[in-house]
Design a binder for this molecule. Structure first.
Ligand SMILES: *[C@@H]1O[C@H](CO)[C@@H](O)[C@H](O)[C@H]1NC(C)=O
Ligand SMILES: *[C@@H]1O[C@H](CO)[C@@H](O)[C@H](O)[C@H]1NC(C)=O
Length: 399
C-alpha cells in the first residue's frame, strides 16, 4: 500500500514524467479511497464474523438516517443545532443502538451538570425544605438554607413546596422550574444570539442549583443518580470534574471539603459493589479560572491535602469556566507549578475561536505543564507544532 501511494503521489506531482510504470486510473482512485478509509477511527480494526453482522445492521440504520437527512435538510440531525436535533435524536435508531452498546469512559463531565433536569425536578425539587430566592439581577437561587449574603438574594426565601401548591397547575410550575436549570429553548438562535449570551445563561444555571446540591441528602441522591444514568448508558468508568464544595445538613452544620470527598468515595464504593461491571469514578478537582493567583494557591493547598488522603481517587486538577474570560494559564503559573508531582493536570485549553489570543496560547502552557489530557482543544487545529506534540505524547483531547 505504501508503495502504491508513493507511486501515486509521484504521479500526481509529476504528471508528465512517463518513466514510472503507469498506474491505472481505477487503481489510483481506489488506492486513495482505501488509504483514507484506513486513517479513519477503526480503520485498522478487524471484525469477527459476528461483529461484522452487527456492523451490517448498524450501517443499515446509519445509512437510512443519513439518506433521510440528505433528502430532507430539516431532518438532518447531524447538521442541526443540538436543541433542534434533540427530538430527532431521541427517536433515532442509531442513537438507540449506540446507547445500548458498551462504552469505555466519560473523561470530561462536570458533576453539577451531569444529571437529567427531569430527575432533578422530580426528586431534588420535591425534597422538603427547598427554598428559592431571587438576586438583584432577577436570578433564582435554590437552596436548603437561608444565607442572603452568600446567595446575593434581595427577595425573601420562599418554600418551593408552597409555591408549587399555590400555583395554578403543578405541571406548569415544574416546567417553568425546569427552565431554571436547563438551557433548552426551541429557538436558540433568538435566545442565544452570541456565545456570551449562552455562556452567561450556562454559568447562571450552576449558581441556581449549586447551593442546593451541597445539601448533604441532595448531594448523595444527585451523585447516585449520576452514576445510575451513566451506568444505564452502558458506560464503565468516569472521571468527574468537581469543585468539591463544602456540604451542609438540615441543621445548618457545614462540613470541610474532605467530607465531600469521603461522601463521593463511599457512594462510589457502594455503587461498584452493586454493579461489579462498573469500574467506578475518580475526581478531578476543578477550580474556577477567575480566581487570583493567591486564591488559587489556597485552593491548591486544599487540593494537595485531599490528593494526599485519596491519591487514587482525587487524581488531578483543572480550571473551569469560560476560558475566553478567565485568567490565562500563563498568569497562573506560579500557583500551578506548585502542584504535587503525583497529581496530574487535566487542563481545559484552546476552547476558543480567537487565534493568537491568550486563550489560544493556553494550549502551549497546558503542554509545557505536562497536562495528561486537554479539555476541548478546538484551537489545536491552528497550531501544527502543538498538534504534533499532542500526538507524539499521546495526550488525549476531550471534545
Ligand atoms: C425520583 O422521583 C421519581 C418520580 O417521583 C421516583 O419514582 C424515584 O423513586 C425518585 N428517586 C429517588 C432516588 O428519590
Ligand atoms: C514536564 O516533563 C518534562 C519531561 O519529563 C520535564 O522535563 C519538565 O520539567 C516537566 N514540566 C513540568 C512543569 O513539570
Amino acid at each position: 500500500m505504501k508503495r502504491l501511494l508513493f507511486l501515486l503521489l509521484h504521479l500526481i506531482s509529476h504528471p508528465l514524467i512517463q518513466s514510472e510504470p503507469a498506474l491505472s486510473y481505477e487503481h489510483a482512485r481506489q488506492a486513495v479511497l482505501t488509504a483514507e478509509e484506513k486513517l479513519m477511527t477503526g480503520g485498522h480494526t478487524h471484525l469477527s464474523t459476528q461483529e461484522a453482522k452487527v456492523d451490517d445492521i448498524f450501517m443499515e440504520y446509519k445509512f437510512g438516517e443519513l439518506s433521510q437527512g440528505c433528502r430532507n435538510a430539516e431532518q438532518n440531525a447531524a447538521a442541526l443545532h443540538f436543541f433542534k436535533a434533540k427530538p430527532l435524536i431521541d427517536r433515532s435508531v442509531v442513537f438507540n443502538f449506540l446507547q445500548k452498546m458498551p462504552k469505555g469512559a466519560v473523561l470530561h463531565l462536570h458533576n453539577t451538570a451531569s444529571v437529567s433536569s427531569k430527575w432533578v425536578i422530580q426528586n431534588i425539587s420535591y425534597m422538603s425544605g427547598m427554598l428559592r430566592c431571587t438576586t438583584a439581577t432577577g436570578h433564582s437561587v435554590l437552596t436548603f438554607r437561608r444565607l442572603p449574603k452568600e446567595h446575593k438574594c434581595q427577595s425573601q426565601y420562599v418554600l418551593v413546596a408552597d409555591e408549587r401548591k399555590n400555583s395554578v397547575d403543578r405541571q406548569v410550575y415544574d416546567n417553568n422550574f425546569e427552565r431554571l436549570i436547563n438551557l433548552y429553548t426551541p429557538v436558540p438562535e433568538l435566545e442565544y444570539p452570541t456565545i456570551t449570551h449562552v455562556w452567561d445563561r450556562f454559568q447562571d444555571i450552576f449558581s441556581v442549583l449549586g447551593d442546593a446540591l451541597s445539601y448533604l441528602p441532595a448531594f448523595r441522591a444527585y451523585h447516585w443518580q449520576m452514576l445510575e444514568e451513566l451506568y444505564n448508558d452502558n458506560l464503565m468508568y468516569v472521571e468527574i470534574r468537581s469543585s468539591c464544595k463544602k456540604l451542609y445538613d438540615a441543621s445548618g452544620r457545614t462540613f470541610p471539603r474532605k467530607r465531600t470527598i469521603r461522601e463521593l468515595y463511599a457512594l462510589n464504593n457502594k455503587f461498584t459493589q452493586l454493579h461489579p461491571d462498573f469500574l467506578g469514578m475518580k475526581i478531578i478537582f476543578a477550580v474556577h479560572r477567575g480566581k487570583e493567583v493567591d486564591q488559587l494557591r489556597e485552593t491548591i493547598a486544599e487540593f494537595k491535602q485531599l490528593h494526599e488522603m485519596y491519591p487514587n481517587f482525587v487524581v488531578g486538577f483543572d480550571l473551569v469556566g469560560q476560558e475566553d474570560k478567565g485568567k490565562p494559564l500563563y498568569t497562573l503559573l506560579p500557583a500551578l507549578r506548585d502542584l504535587p508531582s503525583t497529581a496530574r493536570l487535566f487542563l481545559h485549553g484552546g476552547e476558543t475561536n480567537w487565534f493568537g489570543s491568550s486563550t489560544d496560547i493556553n494550549l502551549l502552557d497546558a503542554l509545557l505543564l505536562n497536562t495528561t489530557r486537554i479539555g476541548h482543544g478546538y484551537a489545536l487545529a491552528k497550531h501544527p507544532i502543538l498538534l504534533n506534540a499532542v500526538k507524539t505524547r499521546h495526550i488525549a483531547v476531550e471534545r
